[in-house]
Design a protein around this ligand. Structure first.
Ligand SMILES: *Cc1c(COP(=O)(O)O)cnc(C)c1O
Length: 480
């Protein structure tokens, strides 16, 4: 039998030849992207490496099919194979997460959140209004009733975690549509400990009485008790929506169980599929039965035609995550984050909340005399790919920031373990302690420039290369 890496090698080599026959520069950029990903330390907490099976599934003629609607109820003819794909993806998602209902059409995490928001408005505002007015749908309303319903849609409240405490733009951040379509308020973390304080969330919820309570995060290095969040939502009559975009892999891999698993507690759980879950770029909504009919209207309410090729790849990724090896992977993500955090703490670096118990650490770089932007750039010079991130009450604002966010899902996929992550902490500390902040033309400290001492980048790259060579990305995949 031909082994899989050989098959993958010839599949991609031939695909690149076909692409090069039309636009060789795209084929070349594609090759270069693989080479770059292979040779850098990818610590971006929201990124991963999907399997060749997932990636190959995306490159097919399913891309060419329109399939607006739902399984068995499409606005286009000829959707029998898309129906197979979407049913399988949804079935795998329900089984994987133990959810009553799964909607696999959202094109991205933000789309999944928009579907959830509108389905909450549909379920809690529109449906009761239509019942009250004995109308089947909004087209049957008088102009006056329609205006009043539109007014109601536009005057609902949402409470979510603030961006600089680790929440996401879509959790009510004012510049985002979520902060404009809702009256919004935000909860933060404790200024001393950096931890979520449920009593503060409860007090805010009681005062603000939101329709939607959002939990979940992009840059909070701790676990959340979703039973407590649901209790708070119930106390104020809110719908609990949990956005598990970052940590869906830890839920799927049963690292987050009991009250740390959002799926049984949330009315709606949204996610991306490409972060710790290691699938194709896309979104997902899980829901309790009562919300299923309104979520099902995601397309055409918010979404256009589903990306059938990506739904197919979601089915493949969910099938992978249902294999027992995925639980080992998910546990390793969390164990490795601990090793990384301990590596920083033993070397005297500061971490927001003093550590981690999920897949990410938030390194406060101000003790190195640097902004997050300087740190991110200096690290990139040394082949370490990260992203800068605000820390709570960040003195440098959201652009320059004072932190760097680091996650373990990607390098864990490559097989990095405790010793490697300890060494990653060492290399990062070496870079940052050898970086000097620059000065502006005016002579003050510049937030954009820095100097990395001679020789450090090369030394760090050599040390990284040794680890990366030991744990190749897509072992056996060779492009001809
Ligand atoms: C990444 C992320 C999203 C957005 O996902 P996209 O696929 O980039 O749209 C939404 N919510 C949270 C919490 C995220 O971390």
């Amino acid at each position: 039998m031909t082994d899989l890496s050989q098959l993958t090698s010839s599949a991609y080599s031939q695909a690149l030849e076909v692409i090069a026959s039309v636009e060789p520069r795209i084929a070349e950029a594609t090759r270069q992207e693989l080479a770059d990903q292979r040779s850098s330390l990818k610590l971006i907490a929201s990124e991963n490496y999907a399997s060749p099976a997932v990636l190959l599934t995306m490159g097919t003629w399913f891309s060419d099919k329109y399939a607006e609607g739902t399984v068995g109820h499409r606005f286009y003819a000829g959707c029998q194979n898309v129906d197979t794909v979407e049913s399988l993806a949804a079935e795998h998602a329900r089984e994987l997460f133990g959810a009553p209902y799964a909607y696999v059409q959202p094109h991205s995490g933000i789309d999944a959140n928009l579907v959830a928001f509108w389905s909450i408005l549909a379920h809690r505002i529109e449906t009761p209004a239509l019942e009250r007015l004995s109308a089947k749908n909004v087209n049957e309303l008088t102009e006056e009733d329609w205006e009043s319903l539109r007014h109601e849609f536009g005057n609902q409240r949402l409470l979510g975690m603030s961006l600089d405490s680790g929440g996401h733009l879509t959790h009510g951040f004012r510049p985002n549509i979520s902060g404009k379509m809702f009256h919004q308020q935000q909860y933060g973390t404790d200024p001393e400990t950096g931890l979520l304080d449920y009593d503060v969330v409860r007090a805010k919820a009681k005062e603000f009485k939101p329709l939607v309570l959002v939990a979940g995060y992009s840059a909070y290095p701790r676990r959340v008790n979703f039973a407590k969040m649901r209790e708070i939502a119930d106390e104020v009559g809110a719908t609990l929506m949990v956005d598990m975009a970052h940590f869906a892999g830890l839920v799927a891999g049963k690292v987050f169980t009991g009250e740390e698993n959002p799926v049984p507690y949330a009315h709606l759980t949204t996610s991306t599929t490409h972060k710790s879950l290691r699938g194709p770029r896309g979104g997902l909504v899980l829901a309790q039965e009562e919300y299923a009919p309104s979520v099902d209207r995601g397309c055409p309410m918010v979404l256009g035609g589903p990306l059938s090729h990506v739904m197919a790849a979601k089915a493949v990724a969910f099938a992978e995550a249902r294999q027992s090896g995925f639980q080992t992977y998910a546990q390793a993500i969390a164990d490795n984050a601990k090793s990384l955090a301990d590596g920083f703490l033993t070397r005297g670096a500061n971490l927001v909340t003093g550590g981690t118990d999920n897949h990410l650490v938030l390194l406060d770089v101000s003790s190195f005399g640097l902004t997050g932007r300087q740190a991110e750039s200096a690290l990139l010079d040394a082949g370490i790919v990260t992203n800068r991130n605000s820390v709570p009450n960040d003195a440098n604002g959201a652009w320059y920031t004072s932190g760097v966010r680091l996650g373990t899902p990607a390098l864990t996929t490559r097989g990095f373990g405790h010793d490697e992550f300890d060494n990653v902490a060492e290399l990062i500390v070496q870079v940052l302690s050898n970086t000097q902040p620059g000065t502006t033309k005016a002579g003050g400290p510049s937030k954009a420039s820095y100097t990395l001492a001679d020789g450090v980048a090369d030394k760090v790259k050599d040390a990284s290369a040794e680890m990366l060579d030991k744990h190749p990305l897509y072992p056996g995949l060779e492009l001809s």
